[in-house]
Write a protein of this length. Structure first.
Ligand code: NAP
Length: 258
């Protein structure tokens, strides 16, 4: 698969790194205007360029990881150089209909919402496309399945996906930070507290993904009657642990929807 990533910032680089590590067969081109900070990607086999149309005609999939206000400029550069291409856009708020109108009928718009864990093959990338493009969009699904999980969702849930999967990375990291801070208070140095907190979250997530059960079933396995875990959980809940997370996620969604 030849992949052309336009916008070599946080997300674009994560995807390029993930593709170069986890799917060695891909040929990757990545662009941005100032390439000095991403030239190291060339050592991993990617082509780095300031020219958005460099090698674009060879691409199977063009991935847009630019900010919304950069879309029209980029499209005006690349559209004269392409036809029959799949354009997978991670640009938040840009609907499939609007993108499809901008790129014309000869190209196909697919909407993706990855997160920066793509770098480690661990993204949760929600994907949406128009029904008539189902077959061609499959290549985008396969590509992102190689970088983690890639559920196909209804486009109307794309804002919710942005909050749960992209902002969700920050929410999960904040949990780990809080756990680590508590770990320091109860006796660990920060590196050990971080290692324990991060691995514990990873372990809990792996159990859930592997066993496909409701979290409460696993919580029950570590919650002895009259024990320390239930005492801690109840104290957290009394201070709004779950409800503050739910309120935060709903506030992020409100913010996205304007
Ligand atoms: N970060 C995330 O976790 C995440 C997750 C899901 C979706 N998204 C979405 O993905 C998009 C990118 O987010 P980001 O966090 O990666 O932003 P970012 O770090 O600012 O990356 C955007 C990149 O686009 C490049 N760029 C700007 N104009 C360009 C042009 N004309 N041609 C080529 N490259 C150009 C910029 O580099 P130069 O200035 O050097 O050109 C910059 O490196 C946004 O729409 C965001 O909402 C982000």
């Amino acid at each position: 698969m030849k992949v052309h990533i336009i916008g070599g910032g946080n997300l674009g680089v994560s995807i390029a790194l993930g593709l170069s590590k986890f799917s060695m067969d891909n040929q990757i081109t990545i662009t941005r205007r100032n390439t000095s900070s991403i030239l190291y990607l060339e050592k991993l086999g990617a082509t780095v360029s300031t020219n958005n149309t460099h090698l674009i005609q060879e691409a199977d999939i063009i991935i847009l990881t630019i900010k919304p206000y950069q879309v029209d400029t980029v499209l005006s550069e690349i559209l004269p150089a392409i036809s029959n291409k799949i354009i997978a856009s991670a640009v938040s708020g840009l609907s499939i209909d609007i993108l499809q109108n901008k790129i014309g009928g000869s190209n196909i718009a697919v909407r993706i919402m990855p997160n920066i864990a793509a770098q480690f093959g661990a993204s949760a990338t929600c994907i949406a496309f128009q029904e008539q493009n189902k077959d061609k969009a499959q290549s985008v699904v396969s590509l992102f399945q190689s970088l983690g999980t890639a559920p196909i969702i209804d486009e109307k849930l794309m804002d919710a996906a942005t909050v749960l999967a992209a902002s969700g990375t920050a929410f999960a990291l904040r949990y780990i930070r809080a756990s680590m801070q508590a770990g320091i208070e109860i006796g660990f140095d920060w590196q050990t507290a971080l290692a324990i907190s991060a691995q514990t979250v990873k372990g809990a997530a792996e159990m859930l993904l592997e066993e496909k059960v409701h979290p409460e079933q696993l919580i029950d396995r570590v919650t002895t009657p009259q024990g320390c875990t239930i005492a801690g959980l109840n104290e957290m809940e009394m201070h709004g642990f779950s409800s503050s997370l739910i309120r935060g996620i709903k506030t992020s969604l409100k913010q996205i929807k304007g």
